[in-house]
Design a protein around this ligand. Structure first.
Ligand code: NI
Length: 172
């Protein structure tokens, strides 16, 4: 079931989320809803605070080759445990900041530890778009948005645009 996505600025997008201690059916259901919401948007990643839940949970699928099988990935309590010195710059966007894009520089490769949908501990290295996306989503769990990497003027401009968008949507 799809859930509504919060649009920046929203205080829930600025909060540090709490670790999950037990993978309950309720949390698995939330993860499935988040995947459905992400694919529908469409997007390549979504974090729980973006649907108003302040738990450390992200979902992602960065497969972009046409015809390649999807790789729906659910991560509870994801943590970057190692980063490459090499950096990579991608033009990022965010489902909570629709139609706004900007270049962000992050470590090109990261190793991430997490708990999967079945409660198993996992650890894997990510590169390319997957590395950028997983770092962007983990940032959400610490109340950080990709626009927080931009210069203040650019960030304020985007925030003003989003506030205007929210006012327009509220009037509908
Ligand atoms: Ni985002």
């Amino acid at each position: 079931m799809k859930r509504p996505i919060l649009i920046h600025p929203d205080p829930r997008l600025k909060k540090r989320c709490a670790p999950v201690s037990d993978i309950t059916d309720e949390l698995r259901n939330l993860a499935d809803d988040m995947l459905a919401t992400m694919y529908d948007a469409p997007g390549i990643g979504l974090a729980a605070p973006q649907v108003g839940v302040l738990d450390r949970l992200i979902v992602l699928d960065c497969v972009k080759e046409e015809g390649a099988p999807p790789q729906p990935t659910v991560m509870f309590n994801p943590q970057v445990v190692a980063r490459s010195d090499a950096m990579n710059t991608y033009e990022e966007g965010c489902l909570s900041i629709p139609d706004q894009y900007a270049e962000v520089t992050r470590p090109a490769e990261v190793e991430v530890a997490w708990i999967d949908r079945d409660g198993n501990e996992r650890r894997q290295e990510f590169a390319g778009l997957w590395a950028t996306c997983v770092q962007h989503e983990i940032d959400h769990l610490d109340g950080k948005l990709f626009i927080d990497y931009l210069k203040p003027l650019k960030r304020q401009m985007i925030t003003r645009r989003m506030a205007k968008l929210k006012r327009e949507r509220a009037r509908l």
